[in-house]
Write a protein that binds this ligand. Structure first.
Ligand code: Q46
Ligand code: ZN
Length: 306
């Protein structure tokens, strides 16, 4: 099959949802122009903004950092070492992130959860009996906001792709989580100390972000986090892939349609008032934020063990 852009080279991918087939030289320009279109359409950031990209060492976040630099944005990296030592997962993901930082010539800010909380994510899970992803998600949200604010960045960008967003949407709809539905989308504006959060890749499928990483020879980690095994999001992704296989463009239609109707959920969900956590100073709805409450519980449990 020939590339449908240049009509010259052999296509390396067929993208039926876009009625497109692209060759290697045409792939990155197509990908970058779509990234820019999403940034402009949803007003994610301006060329003058300082962007912090949350990187995990995986294909999506590294592709995002690379793409934003290709587009000329002021984008630096932020890596949270979770202390997951299964087959050296955290070490390998840090190395991949540092390698790209070196190639891009941009700083990578690093924090270690163990240094900040006194325990790694697996230890927090063992001590609190929380589902690992719940403690991990809370920790990541806390530090992403804190570091973005402390280091003077305007916005934090994550590598969530269409598969991630459609799976989250499916979960939110199946459980009618109207509060989450009112907030889901490509952009969460800053308010009350919460920094602006954006997802420039939310209209690219995982296949498309992977191909960008491969075409640009990004050295990303192939291993998935060991705690992701059995996650319901993987089950939803599988269902959505089967739907997409039967009818190309289903994921995009599902997500875009939701964004058109999102205001309905916003109209029934009051926006909670935010105050500052008495312990860490980060925004929260209570007196002490959920992260500090979890960190306190970890400390108490550790004292009991000693
Ligand atoms: S939340 Fe869960 Fe991820 Fe944290 S524990 Fe691993 S799978 S890394 S996106
Ligand atoms: Zn706090």
């Amino acid at each position: 099959m020939k590339c449908k852009k240049c009509r010259n080279e052999k296509a390396i991918t067929n993208l039926p949802a876009h009625n497109l087939a692209l060759c290697r030289p045409c792939y990155s320009p197509w990908f970058l122009s779509n990234t820019k279109a999403a940034i402009d359409r949803f007003k994610l950031f301006n060329p003058a903004d300082k962007i912090l990209v949350a990187v995990s060492g995986g294909k999506d976040s590294l592709a995002l950092w690379h793409a934003l630099r290709q587009l000329g944005y002021e984008a630096d990296g932020f890596y949270i070492n979770l202390g997951i030592d299964h087959e050296a997962y955290s070490d390998k993901s840090l190395e991949a992130s540092q390698k790209l930082a070196g190639q891009l010539g941009r700083p990578l800010h690093i924090i270690h959860v163990h240094d900040e909380v006194g325990s790694t994510i697996p230890e927090i899970q063992a001590l609190t009996h929380r589902v690992p992803c719940s403690g991990c998600g809370l920790t990541k949200r806390h530090f992403m906001n804190k570091i973005t604010a402390d280091l003077g960045y305007d916005v934090i960008a994550t590598g969530h792709n269409l598969d991630d967003e459609a799976a989250t949407l499916m979960g939110n709809i199946l459980h009618w989580q109207t509060e989450y539905l009112s907030r889901q989308g490509p952009v969460l504006d800053d308010r009350g100390g919460l920094k602006k959060k954006v997802k420039p890749f939310c209209f690219f499928t995982e296949k498309e972000t992977t191909l960008y990483a491969l075409v640009n020879r990004l050295d990303y980690i192939r291993d998935e986090c060991p705690f992701s095994v059995g996650a319901s999001s993987l089950f939803y992704k599988d269902i959505l892939n089967r739907l997409e296989h039967g009818s190309a463009g289903t994921k995009r239609m599902f997500y875009s349609g939701f964004l058109k109707h999102k205001a309905a959920f916003q109209s029934i969900e009051p926006v909670p008032e935010l105050k500052l956590c008495q312990t860490c100073g980060q925004p929260t709805t209570g007196d002490v934020c959920a992260f500090c409450r979890m960190a306190d519980r970890v400390q108490e449990k550790k004292k009991l063990i000693i």
